[in-house]
Design a protein around this ligand. Structure first.
Ligand SMILES: NC(=O)c1ccc[n+]([C@@H]2O[C@H](COP(=O)([O-])OP(=O)(O)OC[C@H]3O[C@@H](n4cnc5c(N)ncnc54)[C@H](O)[C@@H]3O)[C@@H](O)[C@H]2O)c1
Length: 276
């Protein structure tokens, strides 16, 4: 998601600093951004030479930072897209709060976690907000905006405007587990996994039924593979624990796949197999 959000910002003329704890992930991110920009350029009405110039021009706005401390000095907005883990996000926000100027907005791309709990790790709760992009971030037109308990109107306005500038429609949801999007999407995906677990149909048939029957561009199992099965489990655990309702518990088959390292596209296999 970090690479997709960075690509989107670059496409729209922003300067971006990319950070990941894993240097290889930064390299993969840069390669994905380059490919994504080239795909985007191919859709613009440019001739072959200008396409390369356009991509290089956008990439000139991209820098990397090996540390979180080096990230914030000039940033107006920082969008965190690390793993879906509350303790990890709180640690990151504590570091960012110390490193970034006081006016910098700290946004999280969390899928389900409490914005208030993330914000509480900082001394700038008014300037912390949920800015939830959808996958793939350069393509899908929605940003779900979530205020924590203390998020200021000014911060919400700035993030809504930024989403608009990036070509997205912002929709505001309250700070409940999974917000609106994943409260609806994850039970749908989980039910598809249960259908597979119970032998109701093969994976391909389940996805065909959703694609053609409901006019969804991807079936729920392929979508789970795209999101990442580890992320799906993490989101469902937040829903189950936060809403205190076992109907949100992840299907054992989903947990089994994650335990086996089958995380979906990012690991090469999940419900389906992917060539890299
Ligand atoms: N996958 C989706 O479809 C999707 C959609 C919307 C939101 N999100 C949310 O976006 C976030 C990232 O999801 P993803 O699918 O990109 O996950 P991912 O596993 O593909 O990537 C997470 C990255 O975070 C890095 N990371 C781990 N610890 C870190 C740290 N301390 N500091 C900096 N980087 C660190 C990892 O090295 C990895 O490269 C999660 O909060 C997720 O819920 C995901």
């Amino acid at each position: 998601m970090g690479a997709g959000i960075a690509q989107l910002a670059l496409e729209n003329g922003h300067e971006v600093v990319l950070h990941d704890v894993d240097e290889a992930a930064i390299e993969r991110g840069r390669a994905r951004i380059r490919d994504g920009l080239a795909r985007r350029a191919a859709k613009l009405d440019l001739d072959a030479d200008t396409i390369d110039d356009w991509v290089d021009g956008r990439l000139a706005g991209l820098r990397e930072s090996a540390s979180l401390d080096g990230l914030g000095a000039e940033a107006e907005v920082i969008v965190e897209a690390a793993l879906e883990d509350l303790a990890l996000k709180r640690t990151i926000f504590r570091t960012l709060d110390a490193a970034a100027p006081p006016e910098t907005i700290l946004a999280t791309n969390t899928s389900a976690l409490s914005i208030a709990a993330i914000a509480a790790a900082t001394n700038r709760q008014g300037r912390v907000i949920g800015m939830h992009f959808f996958n793939p971030a350069p393509v899908l037109k929605l940003v779900e905006v979530i205020r924590g308990l203390e998020t200021s109107d000014e911060t919400a306005r700035a993030i809504t405007e930024l989403a608009g500038e990036l070509g997205k429609t912002a929709a505001e949801a309250r700070d409940f587990p999974g917000f609106v999007s994943n409260r609806i999407l994850m039970p749908f995906i989980n039910e598809a996994v249960w259908a597979l677990h119970d032998g109701v149909a093969e994976a391909e048939a389940i996805d065909t039924i959703a694609r053609l029957g409901f006019a969804h561009p991807l079936g729920p199992l392929a979508l789970a593979d795209l999101i990442g099965l580890d992320t799906c489990v993490a989101i469902m655990e937040v829903l189950r624990d936060g809403l205190d309702d076992e109907r949100y518990a992840p299907c054992p088959l989903l947990q089994q796949l994650v335990s086996a390292g089958k995380l979906g596209r990012k690991s090469g296999a999940g419900f389906f197999i992917y060539q890299s």
